[in-house]
Design a protein around this ligand. Sequence first.
Ligand SMILES: NC(=O)C1=CN([C@@H]2O[C@H](COP(=O)(O)OP(=O)(O)OC[C@H]3O[C@@H](n4cnc5c(N)ncnc54)[C@H](OP(=O)(O)O)[C@@H]3O)[C@@H](O)[C@H]2O)C=CC1
Ligand SMILES: N[C@@H](CC(=O)OP(=O)(O)O)C(=O)O
Length: 380
Amino acid sequence: MPRPTPHVPPLASLVPTGESFSRWPVAILGATGAVGQTFARLLADHPWFEVVELAASERSAGKRYAEVTRWIEGVMPDALRDREVLPCDPSAVRSTIVFSALDSSAAGTIEPAFAAAGKLVFSNAKNFRMAPDVPLVVPEINGDHLAIVEAQRRARGWDGAIVTNANCSVTVASLPLAPLHEAFGLSKAFLATMQAVSGAGYPGVPSLDILGNVIPYIADEEPKVETELQKILGRVDGERIAHAPFVVTAHTNRVPVEHGHTVCMSLGFERRPSVDEVLEVLREWRGSELTRDMPSAPERPIVVSDAPDRPQPRRDVMAGDGMSVTVGRVRADHLLDIRLVASGHNTIRGAAGGSILNAEIALGAPSRAHGAVAAAALAG
Ligand SMILES: NC(=O)C1=CN([C@@H]2O[C@H](COP(=O)(O)OP(=O)(O)OC[C@H]3O[C@@H](n4cnc5c(N)ncnc54)[C@H](OP(=O)(O)O)[C@@H]3O)[C@@H](O)[C@H]2O)C=CC1
Ligand SMILES: N[C@@H](CC(=O)OP(=O)(O)O)C(=O)O
């Protein structure tokens, strides 16, 4: 299938230089943090998006990006080093497409202000994920949920919109759960996570707390794992999402791993599948057509490992350039029906990469059925 032609909305007047552009100009809010930096890295050579603005708190605003950012991984893109960091004020940021990696303490007021000012906000923060009129999108699973954006804009009187991605552990769990739910009807899920330190941002968890240790508590994490999955695996019902009716219990743990969240799951289904049936469904699933040929979509959203001791974050975290979730240890469960382990990159698949793929399907595929709906809604 040929690569889709990017849909280019009339944004030329918003490009700071005033020159014509071949890529969409975008801004990153929260650009100095762990997820903001991942956006900057992943977008450095993106064929459709060009980072033209970086914004963060008043602590950083007015200073050079390289001066205020403690770069965590790889090399800061040269083109961004000397950019002046802007305040997170919609009147200071001219790009219409905005990726938000804001701390949740700030996202609750800043993201709606941007949406009200006509910006299309692709958010990583938890604040609006469960709002009934805000899509919570894992693109391979429920890109069609973008259709509710139109109702959101109407109800809130916004010229722009907010589209969210999920909690990082939820994203990792959702990819294997989606095809299994579709095939066998998920009824119960017991999840225990082992979450990397990069999930806590920078500087995050003190080294004396986490080195050689496991912390069986991540503030506010379990309620998110126990509710977001049902929305992601739900269905569009008019202008809302009808949540899937299964029940989830979660234990969330911080472990001394740099990147990669691992989730052990015991699953109960309406129809008990065999291990071979589960493996077949997982191996065959490629996810929604909407993500085909998108620049950030991995060839396989799920990589199934047969090795008895995989997945492991150190070895598997960069599967599919950090966008694939590796699944292994599929076996019968004594309490429920099936158990398995999934692992994926928390700041790529679980945050910035997922958000970029959301923007790609929302804006970059206007000729495809759901993409067209979403693009029309977002473009107003
Ligand atoms: N890390 C992960 O794996 C995941 C994170 N997320 C979510 O993504 C978001 C970012 O997380 P992460 O990068 O880890 O966090 P960090 O703490 O590393 O970065 C937070 C960013 O928010 C900015 N910020 C903080 N307060 C304000 C404010 N009042 N006004 C404007 N900007 C502000 C900071 O700017 P400054 O440097 O100027 O203070 C910084 O750029 C969070 O909402 C998080 O929950 C979601 C999924 C996974
Ligand atoms: N709490 C997650 C990261 C995160 O910020 O999640 P959320 O975006 O759901 O608040 C972790 O520590 O790994």
